[in-house]
Design a protein around this ligand. Sequence first.
Ligand code: PHE
Length: 332
Amino acid sequence: MIDELPTLEAEALAAVAASSMIDDLKAVESSVLGRQAPLSLAKKEIASLPAERRKDAGLALNETRRRVGEAIDARREELAGGERSAQLAGERLDLTEVPDHVDVGHAHVVTRTWEALEDTFVGMGFRIAEGPEVETDWHNFDALNIPPGHPARDAFDTIYVNHGTPGSALLRTHTSPVQIRTMLEQDPPIYIVAPGRVFRRDTADATHMPVFHQIEGLVVDREISLADLAGTIEAFTEAYFGPGFHSRLRPNYFPFTEPSAEFDIQRPDGSWLELGGCGMVHPNVLRAGGIDPEEWSAFAFGFGIDRLAQMKFGIDDLRDMFSNDVRILTQF
Ligand code: PHE
């Protein structure tokens, strides 16, 4: 057999080349390199050769086996690639046939209003901030200058969460705790808006929901004044509602701002819409946020998102907006 090595090699290589599937190739591999293959049996023959021929014959046999082995590996890769492409071609989906109408749905009206507000504020240079919906009593009240027993606590019909010391965990009643979290996290200057879900113990009716949405604004910088607040509200009004819309501030009271104001939007027809609250951030609130009120000043504002959505899309009853009835939702 040793003398037939070139023939055995040629036959083996031909068989490898002829195999057209991985499984065929496995069979070829055992027939040309397996224990009963001529190229394996030839090893035994070498031992019986005259001593002076053994070395060359051994080398020749090893070289032949190596070349055949390489040819098998190369063929295996080729076939694997081909089988993969054939499999892919077989699994290909023809997506060219599309029905006339596909109902893909769209974002909820509140989501769309929320995103439009974010876009407007980002365009004005604000960053988006977030905070948790389950808050500590400290972030929601104390840090906002509403200590225990303060009458303002009663104004927020708070839903408490059964966690830790009774009364220490709650569903945030407004987005204002994000002011505190942002100040504790970041050094001034701060320019953020924080949209989010808020909760109050309210019975659902046409204009109230126990779960609703607010957007909070906070600006902390050097020498921030009430004029900056009024200017920002006015710039937002024009950017969000459009030309012809204006804003005004009316004195009000919030424990976390001093002075405080309510702000209204005037429509082009002259009518007014009450939008939200705002004011210069109280020094106690800045201190709770780790900011020195001697060095920095700040304003904040907050307003509801749902009523804007309700107005924009002309929805009479707030409850309809959250009924998840597709017959209502698909109208917008
Ligand atoms: N957090 C207040 C509310 O929910 C709104 C507000 C925010 C007022 C920021 C002043 C400053 O009514």
